[in-house]
Ligand binder design. Structure first.
Ligand code: KIV
Length: 279
């Protein structure tokens, strides 16, 4: 009998227990090879709907569909063994009603094998989060700057600069935590607010453009690897320039092909070994 898919993965209770202890390390993954490379090093692999912009070149996350998230979520589950895999619920697949959210999150869990879902929203989504978590669907919350609300914000905008807005974001965090979310992503809020949220709620906060005091951190892998360079937000740290490396690979390959240096006899079938070695 094969090992059940969740047996050796980091569990939701283990992640909750990291509050105030070991930082929770999160990176995005959308494909099997990236999941394979990143899995041994992180606690959570997030299949973010940012894949719409990063992989598909869309201008926002709004056109991302449930089928896209399910296909990429399943690819990431297949490419990982250790990390807890969380899949984003895309725009308009959960906001209508708790029942709609249950139907679509259940499809995500059943068809990908992931552990839980992430959804954007504060106090207004608390009933939905409660509906899901009471029915044993683990939910990661996402507050602060919520990319699916970009039309309402009129652009990507740091949240919590004004007192009223900061109070509302704090209330969002409390509502989402009380509704049962097992972790909360805090995106692009002023640092003192992210710190205050972290010391207020009893579940781990995962920052992106938030605060070093958060209980964990998330980055888009392609941003950290320098593979997506349309725009680099202030909160990104680039650990490599894989986009440039890939360009260099393509250039050297093109030079080899044009100069007839590649393929060589060693790359061909039916060539006697001696002839291949003589080259
Ligand atoms: O879609 C995504 O990748 C995200 C993270 C940036 C938090 O929501």
């Amino acid at each position: 009998m094969s090992t059940p898919i969740h047996a050796q993965r980091i569990s939701v209770p283990a992640l909750r227990a990291q509050k105030g202890k070991e930082p929770v390390v999160v990176l995005t993954a959308y494909t099997t090879p990236v999941a394979q490379a990143v899995d041994p090093h992180v606690d959570i692999l997030l299949v973010g709907d940012s894949l719409g912009m990063v992989l598909y070149g869309l201008e926002s996350t709004l056109p991302v569909t449930l089928d896209m998230m399910i296909a990429h979520g399943a690819a990431v589950v297949r490419g990982s063994r250790r990390a807890c895999v969380i899949v984003d619920m895309p725009f308009a697949t959960y906001q209508e009603s708790p029942a709609q959210a249950y139907r679509n999150s259940a499809r995500i869990l059943a068809e990908t094998g992931c552990t839980g879902v992430k959804l954007e929203g504060g106090a207004e989504m608390a009933n939905t989060i409660r509906f899901l978590t009471e029915r044993r669907i683990p939910v990661m919350g996402h507050i602060g700057m919520m990319p699916q609300s970009v039309a309402a914000y009129g652009g990507f905008r740091v949240q919590g600069k004004e007192d009223d807005e900061a109070k509302a974001v704090l209330a969002d965090a409390v509502a989402v935590a009380e509704a049962g979310a097992f972790t909360i992503v805090i995106e692009s809020v002023v640092e003192p607010l992210a710190r205050q949220i972290t010391s207020t709620v009893d579940v781990p906060t995962i920052g992106i453009g938030a605060s070093p005091s958060c209980d964990g951190q998330v980055l888009v892998t392609e941003d950290a690897a320098g593979l997506f360079s349309d725009f680099t937000p202030r909160f990104v740290k680039r650990y490599a320039e894989l986009g440039e490396d890939l360009g260099a690979v393509a250039q050297t390959y093109a030079e080899d092909v044009r100069a007839r240096r590649f393929p060589g006899p060693e790359h061909c079938f039916g060539v006697p070994k001696a002839a291949a070695l003589a080259e």
